[in-house]
Structure formats: C-alpha cells, structure tokens
Design a protein around this ligand. Sequence first.
Ligand code: NAD
Length: 492
Amino acid sequence: MRRRSEASSLLRQTDLPPGLPFIDGAFRPGSSSQAINVIDPCTERVIAQIAEGTVEDTDVAVAAAVKAAPGWAALTPKERSETLHRIADRVSENSELLARLESANTGKPGMVAEDDVAQTVDTFRFMAGALRATTSAAAGRYAADHLSTILREPLGVVGVVTPWNYPLLMAAWKIAPILAAGNTLVIKPSEQTPLTTLKFAELVADLLPPGVLNVVPGYGPTVGTRLAEHPDVAMIALTGSVRSGKAVAQAAAATLKRVHLELGGKAPVVIFPDADLDSAATALRTAGFWNSGQECGAGCRVLVHADVAERFTALLVEQVSTLVVGEPGTGDDVELGPLISKAHFDRVTGYLERAQAAGVRAALGGSALAGNGYFVAPTVLVDVPEGAECAQEEIFGPVITVETFTDEAEAIARANAVPYGLSASVWTDDARRSHDVAARLDAGTVWVNAHLVLANEVPWGGFKGSGYGRDLSIYALDDYSRTKHVMHHVGR
Ligand code: NAD
C-alpha cells in the first residue's frame, strides 16, 4: 500500500475555504461558537475546523433564500443559463484545487476526485443547456371555448442535505437543476466533508446574486431537520442513508413540503452462463470498488449461475487483486483509498467479521489493512448463503459478495429480495433475456452488460427503500419545478 511521507501534505492553509456559514452572498459568523473537526481519513488528523451551524443560522439562510427567490425566478432562461455556464467555467478553472481539497477531506484517490470535478462541470453545463429547452403539453383548446397553457414554475426555496461520499458532485447534482429551474436554496453538506461545498460557494460568490445559494454546515438532526421542517422551504432534497431519508420525510410531513430522496443501494449483478465473464469481471473491478466501494450504485452483490460460478469467481479475484491501494498524492495509479471515518470503518469491518464468523469465505481480502487510516482490503466474499447479512445490507465499502443460482426466476426473485431498488445489472448475450430480465428487476437503473455507467442526460434515482425523485437529466428539472395550468375562457 502506498503511503505519503510524514512531511508531505495535500493541502496548503490558503486552499481552505472560510469555515463559516455562507449566507446572503458572504461568509458570516454563525450563532454558535462550537466547531466541527474535519479529519483526513488517511492520517486520522484534523485538517480543518468548521463552525457548527444552528437552527438560528438555518433560519437566517432560509430568509436570505426567500428574499432572493423572486429576482432569480424572474430571470429569463437565457440569463440563468449564462450564469450556470459561468459557474461551470469557474469550477473548471479551479479543478486542480477542488480535486485536491476533496482528496484531502475524503482520502479519495486523485483519479476519483478529478472525475468528480469533471462531472460537476458537466452537470452545470448540461443543466445550463437543458433549462432553455423545456417541454410540456402544448397550449391548446382542450375544453370547448377554453384555451389552456401549461407553465413550469420554480418551487421557491429548496433545502438540500448531502452525503460524504461525493461531497462536491452530490452538491452539484442538486445545486445545478435547482438553480436551473429558478429556485434558490440552502444546502447542508455532510458534517464530515464540508470543505468543497464551502469552497464552491467561495468560488462562485461573485457569479450569483446574494441569497440564491446559501451553505449552512452542521449536523443532520439540527440543520437538516430545520430545513425539513421550515415553513418557508418548499422542498427538502436529501442524498444519504435510508434512516436520514425517513427522518426528513417525517419532519417534512407537518408542512406537507415536497420530498426528494436519493438513498442507499445494494445493486445485484446477475450473470448468466452465456455472459462474457471476462468483461463482467473487468467491469466489476471498477463498478464494485470505485470510491472504495462507498458508492450507492456499486455492483456489490453478484448472483452468478452455478455452471460458471467457479470460473467467474477466479476471474473476479484475479481482477480485484490488481487494485492499487494507497493515499492520494502517492501516484496517479492509486485506485482505492480509505473509508471515510472511524465509525464507518468499524461498521464495514464489523460486517466482514460477522460474515466470516458465519462461514462466509473471503476469497480475497476480508479485513482491515495495517497502519494508520481507515483502509480496508479489497474483498471478495464467496460461499454466501441466500439471505446472508453481508448480501442483504448496504456495506458501503470495498466488498463484493458472490452468490450462485441455478434458475432465472430464482435469480430475479433473489435480486429483488432486498429493501433497496437503486440499480442493478444483467449480464447475458441473449437479447431477449436481457430485455425481459431488465424489465423484471426492481431498480431505477438497470445496465445490460455494463455497471455504473452514468451520464447527465439520463435520470438517476431509486425505487422502494432507495427513495423517490430523480437526479440528473430533464427529470430532475421537472422534480424541482411545479406545473401550473392556466385556462382562459375564450368563448365569444
Ligand atoms: P447519512 O444519511 O448519514 O448522511 C447524509 C446527510 O444526511 C448528512 O449531511 C447528514 O448530516 C444528514 N442527516 C443525518 N441525519 C439527519 C436527519 N435526522 N435529518 C436531516 N439530515 C440528516 O448518509 P452518509 O453516510 O453521509 O452517506 C452514505 C449514504 O448515502 C449511503 O446509504 C449511500 O447509499 C447514500 N447515497 C445515495 C446516493 C444516491 O444517489 N442514491 C448517492 C450517494 C450516497
């Protein structure tokens, strides 16, 4: 495993954003003197301190967003689009800094952080274009003597809560369509990874009118809950765990605000005997381990036909054993970093210990890596019985489980037998089978002979316990706006 030398650091003090709430166009002291330590998961050292946002700070930020809403909504699509393009340019010009900051906070390898920033730029560019080309039912006479027009309106102020796994990118997936649709927002980044969201606010501060984008760092049960409860917030959008999703949905119920939830996943990878096993194993090397497996769409639950299980498992182990693990800044070829925190490390290693105690075998890895930081070895678990905990619950680490099946109906039933429904893949060269099985898999995204390939033009979001609402694409623009029908009596 690659380690940085004692002296080398990814960060200079001047790279850091002010550790304060960003409200009404400027960083402002919050109402609390408490701070949250931001930890480098490679070294377990504190790299920054950020003010702990409060209910009062949240209320001030919402008031700023309310004040800014009519002006932002009144801009023409062209004007909003130009601002979003300028934001994309600004992020692009600061790619290296943002990627470094993200790596320092999360331990992400450079290649992952750079991809996050590139995708952030593309998200703003896509939404800048899409907002100028919205579609809906044509104006027309749908009742005798009445002319109908359908308007798309912004919702108003949107509250946003984001997770730690892709801090900047998940913020962009919300901020871009929310602004594109003409809303203003208050965003709370994860308390573990606030740096790039605050840096983003600093970088684009001169591009947006004050109050259009506000950032309140802090904990979920205070800032997140207040956003979900606040009577002046029209929608709460959260990417995170099922538990947090349920909490915000409950808090939002009292004001009947809209709720948009991108939650966890446990993606099945269903491999039939006619599949190209080499390409499946190669694809899972990335799809199961990108971002250290801390990925809601990770291909982490293989269901492979018994006839090819041995051959496929050998290919998978061979592929996964070549992953380069290390700290960011120790080479462009590092592919896998640490887990985000001590608590998450304990959670993931707990799953590994319980699985092995129950008779599941680690064909590769299976435990933590020695030394500082929250590193876990890339792991392939085999001899996994139906219903095993490790194949049912979201581990969210560098772990793939391999189960076998003998019959198609059984494979589909087992693939669907988890509370999640975010994504899935099916591997077969039989086109009739791939269409049919894809239709029967209960997931918001199904790949055929691929896994974890995303694009801004296509929607992302789940079924069942993975939540509702869609990120990316014109579907996100729809989610962040409301439909108004205006009917004119035109009879004479
Ligand atoms: P988490 O739920 O612990 O935290 C997510 C955010 O919710 C954080 O900002 C946190 O402070 C906040 N939060 C926590 N409790 C809250 C409460 N009671 N009210 C309001 N906000 C609250 O999730 P995490 O550990 O940061 O992220 C990992 C999870 O996110 C995984 O389950 C993963 O699958 C999911 N995720 C989903 C997607 C997707 O697109 N579906 C993308 C990335 C991550």
